[in-house]
Design a protein around this ligand. Structure first.
Ligand code: SF4
Ligand code: SF4
Length: 57
């Protein structure tokens, strides 16, 4: 399952960027994005995002 960050819900708190164990998430301008080349789809970021902005597809 690929994980996607929905920018309309994200408040740019940075929690997922700091806590992804593989550092697969980064800030790009006014968006936070997941690098699918690095992400192992563990789902941790979706669990910890306080806004529910990360979902598996
Ligand atoms: S944890 Fe959620 S709200 Fe915070 S930056 Fe990441 S996606 Fe956005
Ligand atoms: S699913 Fe896991 S590896 Fe992928 S971005 Fe989220 S925390 Fe990082």
């Amino acid at each position: 399952m690929a994980y996607v960050i929905y920018s309309d819900k994200c408040n740019l708190c940075g929690k997922c960027v700091e806590e992804c164990p593989l550092q697969a998430i980064s800030r790009e301008g006014d968006d936070v994005v997941i690098d699918p080349e690095i992400c192992t789809e563990c789902g941790y970021c979706a669990d910890i995002c306080p806004e529910g902005a990360i979902r598996g597809q």
